[in-house]
Design a binder for this molecule. Structure first.
Ligand SMILES: C[S@@+](CC[C@H](N)C(=O)[O-])C[C@H]1O[C@@H](n2cnc3c(N)ncnc32)[C@H](O)[C@@H]1O
Length: 204
């Protein structure tokens, strides 16, 4: 998908309100697709345009996206991604997903730098950069099956050690599975593995 395809469809200029796929989206999608099997249930949190969800669906997985931005939900639907409008994972039942992906807002921003619009909320991770990723890490195990896996994008600007420490506190084993260096940051995909038996049958 190109930015042009995603940003301007049917006269709806999504690019003003929805984060369009960039290097971080591609790094996350590439890493996650390596770890997804056909038939698995996948949730792409903060799906934006639906790019990561659509890439995950190419593996043969059953994929749903979520976002709290209504413009993102609309664009993802136009890209054939099933979407639920909700805050992080709160709209989903327990233990239903094999894999969860998330490219969160991660840029550290000072209060005086912030504006109250959807693009800002797609990018800003508050003063630490972890204002969204921390509650995500704390909440995500509820929707994962036993032994389920999370792929989450983290920037060196966000504090990789702090995110890994938080994930371990939430009961995950952590591993860096992809990385890419840019001029002012290093992007990393963390794989978080939930405790438990991956072969245990999930609830119907
Ligand atoms: C950096 S963008 C990533 C978009 C897309 N996944 C990608 O990789 O191109 C972050 C996305 O998370 C969404 N988001 C931020 N906070 C959220 C929250 N609390 N609940 C649901 N979605 C959220 C934003 O609306 C935005 O679409």
């Amino acid at each position: 998908m190109t930015n042009e395809d995603n940003g301007e469809r049917n006269g709806n200029d999504f690019a003003d309100h929805v984060y369009q796929p960039a290097e971080d989206s591609a790094l996350l999608a590439d890493a996650a697709c390596e770890g997804i099997d056909a038939g698995q249930r996948v949730l792409d949190v903060g799906t934006g345009s639906g790019y990561v969800a659509a890439r995950a669906a190419e593996t043969g997985a059953r994929v749903v996206g979520s976002d709290f931005n209504p413009h993102a939900c609309q664009q993802a639907r136009e890209n054939d991604v099933e979407v639920v409008r909700t805050d992080l994972v709160s709209g989903f039942a327990e233990c239903v997903f094999d894999v969860v992906t998330f490219n969160p807002p991660y840029l550290p921003t000072k209060p005086e730098e912030r504006s109250d619009d959807w693009m800002e909320r797609a990018l800003s991770g508050g003063e630490t950069g972890r204002a969204v990723v921390t509650p995500f890490v704390d909440a995500v195990s509820r929707v994962l099956r036993s032994g389920g896996v999370v792929f989450v994008l983290v920037s060196s600007l966000t504090g990789l050690d702090e995110v890994e420490a938080r994930a371990r506190k939430a009961g995950f084993e952590t591993e860096e599975v992809a990385e890419e260096s840019h001029f002012f940051e290093r992007l990393v995909v963390l794989k978080l593995v939930a405790a438990g038996d991956p072969d245990r049958p999930r609830p119907p």
